[in-house]
Design a protein around this ligand. Structure first.
Ligand SMILES: [Zn+2]
Ligand SMILES: [Zn+2]
Length: 310
């Protein structure tokens, strides 16, 4: 039940799910996971709004690689979907970032799994004081420290190099947190973005909980992704229920940078943050992107972070 206290953050991320609905859903059984085929070897287990983030399943030669494990309590559901695709064991789990809705079921898999994550993710999870949320560092305390990532990296890491299962991990700097990892499945020309690209809405910047997010750096980090990562056609986002395209990522970067640019103009004009929020006008070309004024994923949150210099 402990994790229920954290649910509103995930719910807010999607702007869809009421707190009470989330609680009832868990009490009645986990909401279903929708499976999206990308290739015979690569599938996305959808977010379904309340299951946590999107999970990627790669059926590799030696075993199954997962990217992200949703909320706590989804280990058996994820494994059930893997079993319908292959009888190979889960051998590697990569996490895109530190939040509990992307790693909540890590400890529900055998501790013989090879856990891979950015060095900052491991550092956050290895803390003994797990406040404030929204990480699940309390999952890794005591004996469960064996679930901390055994392989970490700082900028780049390639797994299964040169073969059909090659996976390239990239870290380009701060954004949603300070450990956001972009995971590229080379053969499938597909990238999991974690919550650096939630879907067609403004991001949550986790700047106030010690997790290193930065509204100012977020756009620069996306620019590095767009300018650096080659040969990707398909995007698995953090939470969007359908697969998106590379061109969507490029457009999302422009949508975010426009908000930053409008905020800079307000700062230069001597406006205060409230005036800057009121002055923001979403360009017509981003009509299908959500940019609400209120909430965690809002113009207000991001403009205030920029005014505060973070
Ligand atoms: Zn998330
Ligand atoms: Zn997140």
């Amino acid at each position: 039940m402990r994790r229920l206290a954290l649910l509103p953050i995930t719910a807010l991320a999607l702007g869809l799910v009421a707190w009470t609905a989330g609680v009832e859903a868990l009490q009645e059984g986990n909401p279903p996971i929708e499976v999206h085929r990308i290739t015979d070897e690569l599938h996305m287990l959808g977010s379904g709004s309340t299951t946590g983030g999107n999970t990627a399943v790669l059926i590799a030669e030696h075993g199954v690689v997962l990217v992200d494990t949703k909320n706590e309590g989804y280990g058996a559901d994820i494994l059930g979907h893997v079993r319908r695709l292959t009888d190979k064991p889960v051998t590697t789990i990569i996490n895109t970032h530190v939040h509990f809705d992307h790693s909540g079921s890590n400890t529900e898999f055998p501790d013989t799994v090879h856990f891979v994550a950015h060095e900052n993710i491991r550092r956050h999870w290895a803390r003994t004081d797990c406040q404030p949320i929204p990480t699940n560092c309390d999952d890794f305390q005591g004996e469960n420290a064996k679930y901390l990532p055994s392989t970490t990296f700082s900028d780049r890491l390639t797994l299964f190099a040169g073969g059909p299962d090659q996976i390239d991990l990239y870290y380009f700097g701060r954004g949603h947190t300070d450990g956001d990892t972009f995971v590229v499945f080379k053969a499938a020309r597909t990238m999991h973005t974690g919550d650096m690209f939630l879907g067609k809405l403004l991001p949550f910047i986790d700047a106030a909980n010690g997790n290193g997010g930065s509204a100012i750096e977020f756009g620069r980090t996306l620019t590095r992704v767009v300018n650096t990562v080659p040969d990707v056609d398909t995007i698995i986002t953090g939470h969007w229920d359908t697969l998106l395209a590379w061109s969507d990522l490029v457009e999302y970067r422009a949508f975010y940078l426009d908000l930053v640019e409008q905020t800079r103009r307000s700062i230069d004009a001597g406006l205060g943050p409230d005036e800057a929020i009121a002055a923001y006008a979403k360009p017509a070309r981003f009509a299908d992107y959500a940019a609400p004024l209120e909430g965690t994923f809002s113009v207000t949150a991001i403009v205030n972070h920029i005014y505060e210099g973070r």
